[in-house]
Write a protein that binds this ligand. Structure first.
Ligand code: SIN
Length: 280
């Protein structure tokens, strides 16, 4: 794991944090996810989440029930239509057999449930089995990506919408849901930050552009998403947990672990926000 600062006590919180990048990714110590949070602890973690977009916790030997209880501090849970583990409908297994089942052939930079009108607020991901090598996850700061674009490119995408097409997987799961598009740049409902927010795993297509123009523009934007300067890359260890704000950027699970098993369990936190762009 790369880190850019020494462990520091974050002003205004009881927690110590270690940054992975100045704007995204903070490893938080001083919290026991197995215990209920007080209102103050919840508020401090929420503030850290809004500031750093993804929080990491080490050495948290928590059960599924405790993972669910932690996620419930931040909102109602969302049960993904592709199903949950046998004991908990809201705990979604993430492992190689599920990629095959849902015909997910490769990793892409993506956001969670962006095919919904109201995509999830965030997620809590727990390492269940870590491969012997590889298997990191990378988060990209959607605000930094947008701010870093040349002005003419910002103006070009400012009023464009992109389609998030999950129809094949939904049909396989017996779910009917309308095809949804969202603004390419969404205003974060709590921080007010403009966020570049495209899901490159859901056949993105820009509304009102012809296919060639859309593909060319998305390829140009994808090059920005891949810039390491915008990333926080997390090296998983047993009992690691990540908690991210799905509205603040994109993430990518690195498939560099060959046949070594990698098993994660994810809980999605629902959102009531209809994403939009706020223009001054
Ligand atoms: C996800 O894409 O939500 C899970 C990321 C991972 O498996 O590391």
């Amino acid at each position: 794991m790369s880190s850019v600062s020494l462990k520091t006590r974050e002003a205004g919180t009881r927690y110590s944090i270690q940054l992975l990048n100045p704007t995204i990714g903070a490893e938080v110590s001083g919290v026991d996810l197995a215990q209920p949070l007080s209102a103050e602890e919840r508020a401090e973690l929420k503030a850290l989440l809004l500031q750093y977009k993804v929080l990491f916790f080490r050495d948290q030997a928590i059960t599924r029930d405790q993972q669910v209880a932690f996620a419930l501090n931040f909102g109602e849970l969302y049960a993904h239509p592709t199903g949950g583990v046998d004991t908990h409908r809201v705990v979604q297994p993430i492992a190689a057999e599920n990629f095959k089942k849902y015909a997910v052939s490769e990793s892409h930079w993506h956001t969670d449930t962006s095919w919904r009108i109201d995509p999830s607020f965030g997620a809590v991901l727990r390492a269940v089995h870590i491969p012997e090598v590889g298997g990191d996850t990378i988060w990209a700061d959607g605000g930094a990506i947008y701010r870093g674009l040349p002005e003419d490119l910002k103006r070009r995408i400012d009023d464009l919408y992109v389609v998030h097409d999950y129809q094949d997987a939904l049909t396989r799961s017996g779910v009917r849901y309308p095809l949804v598009s969202h603004p390419i740049v969404r205003t974060h409902p709590e921080t007010g930050e403009d966020i570049f927010w495209v899901n490159f795993s859901l056949k993105p297509r820009i509304v009102d552009l012809d296919r060639a123009e859309s593909d060319a523009l998305l390829a140009r934007l994808y090059a920005e998403v891949k810039r390491p300067e915008y990333h926080a890359r997390f090296r998983w260890r047993p009992n690691s947990v990540a908690f991210w704000d799905n509205r603040a950027g994109l993430h990518y699970a690195v498939r560099d672990y060959g046949d070594f098993p990698r098993v994660m369990e994810r809980v999605l936190i629902a959102s009531d926000d209809i994403p939009h762009r706020v223009r001054a």
